[in-house]
Design a protein around this ligand. Sequence first.
Ligand SMILES: Nc1nc(=O)c2c([nH]1)NC[C@@H]1CN(c3ccc(C(=O)N[C@@H](CCC(=O)O)C(=O)O)cc3)C=[N+]21
Length: 296
Amino acid sequence: MTAQIIDGKNFAARIRGRVADHVARLRDERGVTPGLAVVLVGDDPASQVYVRSKGKMTKECGMESFEYRLPETTSEAELLALIAKLNADGAVHGILVQLPLPAQIDAELVINSIDPSKDVDGFHVSNVGRLATGQRSMVPCTPLGCLLMLREHCGSLSGLNAVVLGRSNIVGKPMAQLLLSESCTVTIAHSRTRDLQDVARRADILVAAVGRPEMVTGDYLKAGATVIDVGINRVERDGKNRLVGDCHFESCASVAGAITPVPGGVGPMTIACLLANTVTAYCRAHDLPEPEGLTA
Ligand SMILES: Nc1nc(=O)c2c([nH]1)NC[C@@H]1CN(c3ccc(C(=O)N[C@@H](CCC(=O)O)C(=O)O)cc3)C=[N+]21
């Protein structure tokens, strides 16, 4: 193995430290505390783990955490009513509705009912459009976390070839927008892309977000490439439940210049960026200077 490991867990802890510093300053200088509301509908065990972890880290950073756990049978109207209440609540500066939602609820409608200035996931169509047109927006947490790691590791990204594997609204598309605004030459590849390996091998920066366990092997990489593995796949290995990325770690690490591990890479950065976005949302809502180094 030759690649440097990009330690997302450590970097995320540093980001949370900067968030905590900013929150402490807001409290000392202005007597205020940003608040994050997380809404979970249903009882998916993985979602429950994430929501608990988000709440814990929100409090550790000195912010207010509001958790709403609604039954699987919640109607769309009930969820919309809760969001209207949170939109109007002056103590709530960020709102996250955990996805996926049960089938009786139209997720798009729900997301677009969140006040865009409180949309810390950056999924509201207004934030998506603002990101695409280069206007100030809330940026989705996972791509933001990837960007912060890339900036930290590569410095300037200008002129680099970036290949994003995956075209989802929550990772692939916003990731491509962010890399484009860093002046990368951006390719979005996906399951229908022809000669995928050849396309991937042109990448100086490869972001894998396809949701297929260990699909990307070393022969998809240019020597020395920087690899960001967004995949979080639960697989059974030797009778044990294990977490693997979209990249086959061993073979990729022998070709790449640097790579994020799974776990301990993009995942912790996603939560750290959620906290960062909450402080950013607070500052924008109150016309205060934004935290530095925590935004796109
Ligand atoms: N509205 C919404 N926003 C989200 O941001 C959102 C969501 N819905 N639904 C579910 C996905 C998933 N997600 C993760 C966040 C952190 C880790 C994370 O910290 N993972 C650890 C490992 C955790 C473990 O061991 O299971 C790691 O990669 O090191 C994983 C997954 C946010 N999501």
